[in-house]
Ligand binder design. Sequence first.
Ligand code: FEO
Ligand code: CA
Ligand code: CA
Ligand code: CA
Length: 514
Amino acid sequence: LFGYKTNKVSGYFEPIEPSKEDLLLLPKGYKYDVVAAFDDVINQAGERFGQGSDYNAFFPLDGSNTRGLLVNNHEYTNIFSIGPIAEDGKWTNEQIQKDLYYQGMSVIEVYRDWDGSWKMDTGSAYARRVNGYTPFELTGPAKWTEAVGSTASATGTFANCSGGITLWKTVLSCEENFSETAERAGLPLTHYGWVVEIDPFDGTYAKKHTALGRFNHENTAMGLTADGRVVVYMGDDKKDACVYKFVSAGKYDESLGRANSALLEDGSLYVANLKSGKWVPVTYEAIAKLLANTGFKAPTGVKGTRDELLAKFRNQGDVVANCHEAALIVGGTPTDRPEDIEISPFDNTVFIAHTNNDTHGNIHGHITRIFEKDDDLGGTEFDFEIFIAGGRQSGFSSPDNLAFDSSGNLWVVTDISSSSHNKGVYKSFMNNGLFVVPSHGPAMAQAMQFASAPVESELTGPFFTPDESTLFLSIQHPGEMTTDLSKPTSLWPHRPGDSIARCGVVAISGFKLG
Ligand code: FEO
Ligand code: CA
Ligand code: CA
Ligand code: CA
């Protein structure tokens, strides 16, 4: 059907059926190894793998496809790390500390052993945790402004959802639903909700790029404009939230390596208006001009009188720190939970997972495809189509993370919420899954199921090794509906001696490789 090279995970496979089993199920001929799971020791310092595994990025060591650094995002904690919450809803100090410790990111070293199995190397000199205690430097327009408390630094990162890699081989990690952790820990809200950058090979490097806006960031997808500037597409995972792109002022220069990161500090932030087909600049100037009109009325989704908004938006720091409202004011189109975005490596079209939005009947979600004018990612005009809609006909519901393989297949994981599993119109989909959807050719826009997730889990962070012989995938929140630790609803990954479910990362490969 698609993918003809048998050394690749995307080689021919027989699609599987939906399942309710507490297992990670794969097509015939494929196997997986658990490379790291929640609370595993990751290095000689005894640091522990975090919880809520999401985004993965693999960085080869010495060009190897069988040894490298794996960066994993940790999005949130649950009963398996912090234990049950007291009846009055109050968290103990110990629970708050664990919440900050187990979120963030892990950098681990992984390798494929002589027998074909993937393992973690806890002797690694690179392995380390980034978490709610790690110091970060702020960059961009909000730095030193009142919006962030007139500072150039922030403590910690958490709610790290999806992410992306940069052209200069660092990781961008997205702070999504940050407010509860920040509030409980008494941390300033405006220090979170940013895109953070770390260098897996350099533990001293940690930045939060305010030019990319502050909202419920899902992921980043980086590309280049026709004239060589850096573009970053981003989704804001909320109901009725917008799709953004940042275009750097300066041009990318490969010879500069990591110094290209400065491009993420200065540029234009745009929001998509799906009706005009225009990328609208989200700037202080645009907002000041609209608010100068005494007849200004705030659009739906923006609270406050004109006077209150004039006080709120005083400079570009205020605009990026209150990005969702700023975007709606300038004409951004509210959409149905924009999650992962990927740029097609073939034609520069841009794929957006719109997970769902039950407030206006988009129960199964869809994948939107954007066509930039002249296929230039720097364009300010675009057209779009619904590439594939979730539901009975396509066989999946609620698309979330996306990844492209080199055959042009889009790998799509689903995020049906655990409270909806096997109920109502979600029944036929059973557990969450991983689907392969060709983006061109005779099977274009047909979804084939490649994996079925354990009970009450979500598959997240699909990421291939460069030769595509291995697919890294996170198993997030198995058994998350558990309320009594003596009765976990999942025991995945079913390792001997385990009495709780553990999220983690697996390496999927074909048996032939073994
Ligand atoms: Fe963290 Fe939008 O998923
Ligand atoms: Ca997601
Ligand atoms: Ca992705
Ligand atoms: Ca999700």
